[in-house]
Write a protein that binds this ligand. Structure first.
Ligand SMILES: C[S@@+](CC[C@H](N)C(=O)[O-])C[C@H]1O[C@@H](n2cnc3c(N)ncnc32)[C@H](O)[C@@H]1O
Length: 340
């Protein structure tokens, strides 16, 4: 098929042990991973409204979701036309195998091929960035394979003269893997680049400041940091420790999705790096997390997703949110017409 050659089937799995995975499959979610369960995919496909190359336009005129290929320049033009995005949040496949679950069905791609894939989608992102814009990229580093692809990706980004590096953020996951013979792997990398001079709004966490100190003399008076600061809570900085990883008991959980980012992490980016009514883009929509954050924070979102099933899931998540106010299905089936 035309689009399939660019599909990367490998993701940061974000799962725990095979035992938990097994238990999770048996007792909890109604759907298993929608990318690898062929039987289930066959049942769901007739209920997906987009075909490859097609775009869903929001009846409220705010968002668009295309069943499109992030590496295709034509698809990018098709979705954006002459419009430019002020913020892009991309979460591509990482080329990293994590945990033991489902490893048989996952095969790692050669780094050279992965970098060709990355260069292509990055070029497309650059083509739709506004004069002043921010670009965030979630990425992984395989500790069992020379930490690829993170360093290769960072070096490749230096070639793009219109972008400058701004921050290297790490989000801490609660669940990790490899705890017995190694440091538990809990990090999730997030790169932040800018073009021109995009806005940046300071964000605070819900964590109260607990440390005093940092005395400083201001206008002849000795002040400590609590008096000087704008908030009694701490800023997230570039190490985010306050975001709950999505798991099946949370309302925002999307059964069938396997690489879902916490809404809070995406909302934090959207609030810090865009303004109301800006256009936010996501080239790898999956569960539609960026779309929901944009809807909640009154931004527009144009999203691409190569997989028909996940494109449909993104559309459904938005519709479900508008209807119920809920950010996900928790344990319930997003495709109730398909018996599982
Ligand atoms: C890591 S997931 C994104 C997760 C997303 N941020 C979320 O929170 O749900 C990557 C997604 O990219 C899609 N994908 C893979 N190759 C693609 C391509 N060439 N173009 C567009 N989407 C692609 C996969 O189907 C998958 O749904």
């Amino acid at each position: 098929m035309h689009y399939r050659h660019n599909e990367l089937k490998l993701f940061d799995e974000e799962q725990v042990t095979p035992q938990v995975t097994k238990q999770k499959g048996v007792t909890t979610e109604k759907l298993t991973r929608l990318d690898i369960n062929e039987e289930l995919r066959k049942k769901i496909l007739p209920h997906c409204r987009l075909k490859e190359g097609e775009i869903w336009t929001d009846p409220k005129g705010k968002h668009k979701i295309g069943c499109l290929d992030a590496t295709s320049n034509n698809d990018t033009k098709k979705l954006f036309g002459k419009e430019k995005a002020q913020l892009v949040i991309n979460d591509p496949p990482y080329n990293v195998v994590v945990g033991n679950a489902n490893t048989k069905s996952l095969s790692k791609m050669d780094i050279k091929k992965y970098m060709d894939f990355s260069k292509n989608w990055v070029q497309n992102v650059v083509s739709i960035l506004d004069k002043n814009a921010s670009l965030y990229i979630w990425l992984g580093a395989d500790q069992n394979d020379g930490f690829q692809p993170l360093p290769e990706f960072m070096i490749m980004m230096r070639e793009l003269k219109e972008l400058s590096s701004r921050s290297f953020i790490t989000m801490r996951n609660q669940r990790g893997y490899g705890t017995q013979k190694n440091w538990m792997a809990v990090r999730q990398e997030l790169l932040y680049y800018i073009k021109g001079e995009p806005p940046f709004t300071v964000i605070y966490t819900d964590i109260p400041k607990i440390l005093r100190g940092y005395y400083k003399e201001i206008n002849g008076k000795v002040t400590e940091n609590f008096e000087r600061s704008k908030s009694l809570n701490i800023r997230p900085g570039n190490v985010w420790v306050d975001i709950q990883q999505v798991f099946y008991r949370m309302e925002e959980n999307i059964p069938g999705a396997y690489a879902q980012k916490p809404l809070k992490s995406i909302s934090r980016i959207v609030e810090a790096s865009s303004k109301k009514n800006d256009l936010v883009a996501d080239f790898f929509s999956h569960s539609g997390a960026t779309l929901i954050a944009a809807e909640q924070l009154e931004r527009g979102c144009y999203a691409m997703e190569l997989d028909i099933v996940f494109a449909e899931l993104s559309i459904r998540r938005l519709e479900y949110y508008r209807k119920t106010g809920k950010t996900g299905w928790q344990l319930n089936n997003p495709f109730p017409e398909v018996k599982v």
